[in-house]
Design a protein. Structure first.
Length: 270
């Protein structure tokens, strides 16, 4: 009887130990039976967390970065912003405005971030925080075919058209004097003024310059780069939470090739 009792004791100890062991193995398992944990991990893989609306301030008159196709927004920045929003679990809302108003809007908290082929500059860094750069831009000079302006130096004494508040505006005022610079609310308006002979040259970012020249016969881009710049996303100064989120998403989207794919869709390799 004693033997039987101790056998039962040993057996039940074994069962207990086995159960404990099995329990341990289940800890941290992903494919555990349907529990609350399961639902959460499934959510992570499919739909991202729903964090509500995130508002992007832009100036949708800057192809191929942002422009309108009918009543829809299109372009490199629009698609990268959508990918960032998807990655972070936000619903993207795009607010179109003058380029010159973007920083004010972000700082007033009317919009969450500014993305508009926006160059990182010392001055802007006093007003907003910038994400890591996601693209490079080059300030280019557009002139009519056959113009006597062949280099950037030839711009001295000439009438220059720019988009208000852009680096093209800032640099040309610094280099050639405010009096020589006419500021338009859109780059396309500066290009129209060039066609109409109101200005002798337009200074604008290289990809929009190409897009505008493709649409307007008789214009050429000078072979000299006026300035090379980094494009980045602007957030309200001190909004490190959003900045970190955006930088994290940019890193993921760079590593998984999404950004390169979006850029290739709009800019063919030369
Ligand atoms: N890269 C230039 C700047 O930051 C021009 C950007 C203009 N962007 C626009 N969406 N209009 O000043």
């Amino acid at each position: 009887m004693k033997k039987i009792l101790s056998l039962i004791l040993v057996l039940s100890l074994c069962v207990f130990a086995f159960a404990a062991c099995a329990d341990k193995k289940d800890e941290g398992k992903t494919e555990a039976p349907a529990t609350e944990n399961d639902v959460v991990s499934e959510d992570k893989d499919t739909a991202k967390e729903d964090k509500g609306v995130i508002k992007m301030a832009t100036n949708a008159a800057f192809p191929p970065y942002e422009y309108k196709e009918g009543d829809k927004f299109a372009g490199i920045d629009v698609e990268i912003a959508q990918a960032i929003a998807d990655e972070l679990g936000y619903e993207l809302e795009i607010v179109d405005m003058e380029f010159d108003s973007i920083i004010t809007s972000v700082n007033a908290g009317e919009t969450d971030f500014g993305m508009a082929g926006m160059t990182v500059t010392e001055e802007r860094l006093h007003e907003v925080d910038f994400s890591e750069s996601y693209a490079t831009g080059v300030q280019s000079v557009i002139v009519p075919e056959g113009s006597d302006i062949k280099t950037v130096d030839d711009l001295a004494g000439k009438k220059i058209g720019v988009q208000l508040g852009t680096t093209g505006d800032i640099y040309s005022c610094d280099d050639f004097g405010e009096d020589m610079v006419t500021k338009y609310s859109k780059g396309a308006d500066a290009v129209l003024a060039l066609k109409g002979g109101d200005v002798d040259a337009v200074i604008i970012d290289n990809e929009p310059a190409k897009a505008f020249c493709n649409e307007n016969a008789g214009l050429v881009i000078l072979d000299t780069d006026y300035a090379v710049e980094d494009y980045a996303i602007a957030v309200r100064k001190g909004n490190t939470e959003l900045l970190d989120e955006i930088n994290g998403a940019l890193e993921t989207l760079t590593e998984n090739g999404t950004i390169a794919k979006i850029v290739r869709k709009y800019i063919s390799a030369e």
